[in-house]
Design a protein around this ligand. Sequence first.
Ligand code: CMC
Length: 435
Amino acid sequence: MSYDPTTDKTFTLTNDQTGESVKLPVYDGTEGPSLIDVQKLYSQTGHFTFDPSFTSTGSCMSGLTYIDGEKGILRHRGYNIADLAEKSSFMEVAHLLLYGDLPNKEEKENFEHEITYHTMVDEQVNFFFRGFRRDAHPMAIMCGVIGALSAFYHDSLDINCPKQREISAHRLIAKVATLAAMTHKYSIGQPFMYPRNDLSFSENFLYMCFAVPAEPYKVNPILARAMDKIFILHADHEQNASTSTVRLAGSSQANPFACVAAGIASLWGPSHGGANQAVLEMLDKIQSVDRIPEFLARAKDKDDPFRLMGFGHRVYKNFDPRASVLKTSCDEVLEDLGINDPRLELAMELERIALEDPYFVDRKLFPNVDFYSGIILKAMGFPTSMFTVLFAVARTVGWISQWKEMIEEPSLRIGRPRQLYIGPTEKQYVDLDDR
Ligand code: CMC
C-alpha cells in the first residue's frame, strides 16, 4: 500500500515494576481507531503483547474494506454496502475489490469477459471429484479441489510475477463457482453442467447448480439477482478469521490456490461461515414458536454450549448492515417463489423475542448476515450443506484481493506470532526403562 501513516503521535507505555518507559509510534488510518505500533516492543523491552483472539490487534494496513461495528457501517473502497448491493453487480464489486475502483463500461465488459473465459476447469478435475464419497460434506470437497488447482495451473504459480498473480486471481474467482456447482451436482448424483458464457456470473452459477442435460433451464431473474446480492454481501469483510488465514498462509509465499484452500478450511467453522447452515439446523430443531423460550433459555445458560446461531458478531455491536439488506431480499424471494416457509415466521419471531430480551440487548447481540441468508438459499433449492460453499464462492473475491494487496506490499515478511509459554521448564531426559 502506498498510504503513509502519520508517525508524529506516540503512546507511552510504562513498566510498573521497573518504571522504565517506551514511546511507541501511533498511526492514523483514513478512518477508524488509531493503531499503536508494537513492532519494536520486544527489542526495546523484552516483552511480547498478548491478544490471542486478536480483539485489539491490527495485523496489516489495508485499503479494501472499512467496518465501524458501533455504527453498523460496512464500506468497500469507500462505497457503502447497501448501495453496492442495490446498484452494482457481483462482478463490479469483484473489480472494485481487486483493482481499487468500480469499473467503467469498457473495464466492466473486459473484466466480465476475462472471468467468464476462466470458468471451465481442467477436464482432469472431474476424475479428482470421483475420489470423494458422494456423502462427503461439500466444504470438505471444496478444501480439496481448490487446493488441487495448484496441481493443474502451473503457469500461474509464480507469486513474484504480477501477470501470473492476476491470472490466478481471475482463475480463482471464476473456477470456484464452477467447482462449487460441481460439488453440489456430485453430492446429488447428477451430471456436471459445463459453464455457459452467455450468462452472467450469478445466472451461470444457478444454471450449473440446477440445470440438467435432459431439459432446457431458464434462469429466474429474481433468483439470479438475489444470488448476486448474496455474493456481493459476502464478498469481503476486512480481517476476519478466514481472510487472516489466507494472509498468514500467503505471507510464507505459498501459492494463491493453496492460500484460498486454507481460507475455505477456516470459513467452514460454525462460528464463521458455517453459521448459515447452523441457523437452518437450529430452526429445524426449534420447530415451533412456542418452543422459542426453551431455546432462548439454553442460549443464555452458561453451562449449555448452545448459542443462538446467526446472532452476535465480533465487530458489529449495533446491527449487521448486510443483514438489513438480506432481510428485504429474503421477503422478495419468498414472495416471488410463493413460498410460505414456516421457518421464516419462526425466524422472525425468534428475532423479535431475542431483540427484546435483556441478555441479548445488554450484550449487543443482533441478527447477523447468516441469519437471513440461510432462509433465502433454502428457498432457492440449495441443501443446507451447500450454504457455506456459497459463502466461499463470494469470499474468494475478498480473499484473493486481500492476498494481492499483501503480496504487493514491498515490506512483506512472513507472519510469525509468538506465545506465552506455560509448559514445564527444563527436565532431565528419562531413559525408557526408567519411566
Ligand atoms: N448466543 C448466545 N450468547 C451469545 C451469542 C449467541 N449467538 N454470541 C455471543 N454470546 C454471548 C457470549 O456467551 C458472551 O456472554 P458473556 O459476556 O456473558 O460471557 C457474550 O455474548 C460475548 O460473546 P463472545 O463469545 O465473547 O463474542 P465473540 O466476539 O467472541 O463471538 C461470534 C462472536 C459471532 C463467534 C458469536 O457471537 C457467536 O458464536 N455467534 C453465533 C455464530 C454465528 O452466528 N456466527 C456468524 C458470524 S457472522 C458471519 C461471519 O462473519 O462469518
